[in-house]
Write a protein that binds this ligand. Structure first.
Ligand code: SF4
Ligand code: SF4
Length: 371
């Protein structure tokens, strides 16, 4: 039976980490352990987009005390200087000398099933480590509704391959299938989820933080995510990613079938992303495009760093002085631009606003005699 440990809100962090490691990782001495935080991009710790340096530091310190050989690393979603991003996020300092640029050494892996004609490069540490400790943070995600432990393993894929994979699987359902396929390359043995603050709204970088003060440990990423989705007030089977992982027998999502220590602290009135209707409609593929919201760039917030344009594999973001613009004929609503924008300048409108805008543009076209 799988095991989940949900610490009490506000419990002392180091004691919680020691308890989770003693329960789930009894003999780490001498093992090469890859600690995999969420290091999405150049976000400061207070923004709550990346794994809290406090959580990472407690885990690394506890493992070093237990004589483990630790490697901390992640491949950010944006191109650029990995070490610089690690410094901004606080991950470099929190790693206590164990941080490595894991994007340098890669191994080719052939995917399976409907993706069997695709070979991708992943960080070699993913295959070489004796143990993997997955260290996600709990957030909403505009495309996949939530991001936690399963999606965190997408960070094992370096460089621009991630945005290339988005173009192969633009809908929420197909992307969920692809993420689960990538996760299945080698599921991590242990998960320690940072739910000190939980992001609601348009995550994974543009939402708002809700304080919770909880850490969730577990021996299966799918089950830990199932607990995470319940904190958000959503049943796990309503999250495409978890539905797919369960279908592939990669983990239990019914908490009553797991050994759960602690209570699930449900956050009241939790806000899901603007794109939620499209994510649900994705089950009926023909409806997905109708309900998908398209991003907008807020000119007052944009600092013209160009990260969104460099990340967009559909080349839908065009630099036109004085700003960047989105070509909606090219946009596939993957929301990578919103994910990487360091200033929350890429906005996802609410579905009601999106539909009203479309009706407005339709009438405008008709009154101008356009077809
Ligand atoms: S929208 Fe964001 S990522 Fe894009 S150029 Fe502006 S600030 Fe940079
Ligand atoms: S503009 Fe943004 S949402 Fe549209 S395809 Fe590019 S990265 Fe994806």
């Amino acid at each position: 039976m799988g095991k989940i440990i949900i610490t009490a809100p506000g419990a002392p962090l180091r004691r919680s980490i020691d308890h989770i490691l003693d329960s789930l990782c009894p003999q780490p001495a001498g093992k090469k352990i890859w600690v995999k935080p969420n290091m999405l991009g150049p976000f400061e710790p207070a923004q709550g987009v990346t794994t809290s340096p406090k959580v990472l530091e407690a885990v690394v310190d506890a493992l070093l005390n237990r004589q483990a050989s630790v490697v901390v690393g992640d491949n950010p979603g944006v191109p650029g200087n990995q070490e610089g991003i690690a410094a901004i996020t606080g991950i470099l300092d929190a790693s206590k000398g164990c941080w490595r640029n894991i994007g340098v050494n890669t191994s080719a892996v052939r995917l399976t099933g409907r993706w069997s004609d695709i070979t991708i490069n992943i960080s070699s540490i993913w295959l070489q480590a004796d143990l993997i400790i997955n260290l996600p943070c709990l957030k909403t995600h505009a495309l996949t509704l939530m991001t936690g432990a399963v999606k965190n393993m997408f960070g094992g894929v370096p460089g621009r391959t991630k945005s290339y994979l988005h173009t192969l699987a633009p809908s929420a359902n197909s992307f969920a299938e692809l993420l689960v396929e990538i996760y299945s390359i080698r599921p991590p043995e242990i998960v320690i989820m940072d739910a000190l603050k939980v992001m609601e709204g348009n995550g994974p970088s543009g939402g708002k933080l809700r304080p919770l003060g909880v850490i969730i440990g577990g021996d299966n990423s799918v089950s830990v995510d199932a607990a995470g989705s319940m904190i958000m007030g959503r049943r796990p089977e309503r999250i495409p990613l978890l539905r797919e992982a369960y279908r592939r027998e990669l983990g239990e999502i019914d908490l009553s079938k797991l050994a759960v220590e602690g209570e699930v602290p449900v956050l009241p009135h939790f806000k899901m992303p603007s794109n939620i209707i499209a994510s649900i409609a994705n089950r009926f593929n023909s409806l997905a495009a109708i309900y998908a919201v398209v991003p907008q760039i807020i000119k007052d917030k944009c600092i013209r760093c160009g990260l969104c344009a460099r990340t967009c594999r559909s080349q839908a973001i065009i630099e036109k002085e004085p700003l960047y613009y989105i070509d909606y004929n090219r946009c596939i609503s993957c929301y990578c631009c919103a994910e990487v924008c360091p200033r929350q300048a890429v906005r996802l409108p609410h579905i009601r606003e999106e539909l009203l805008q479309r009706i407005f543009h339709l009438f405008r076209k008709r009154s101008h005699g356009e077809s």
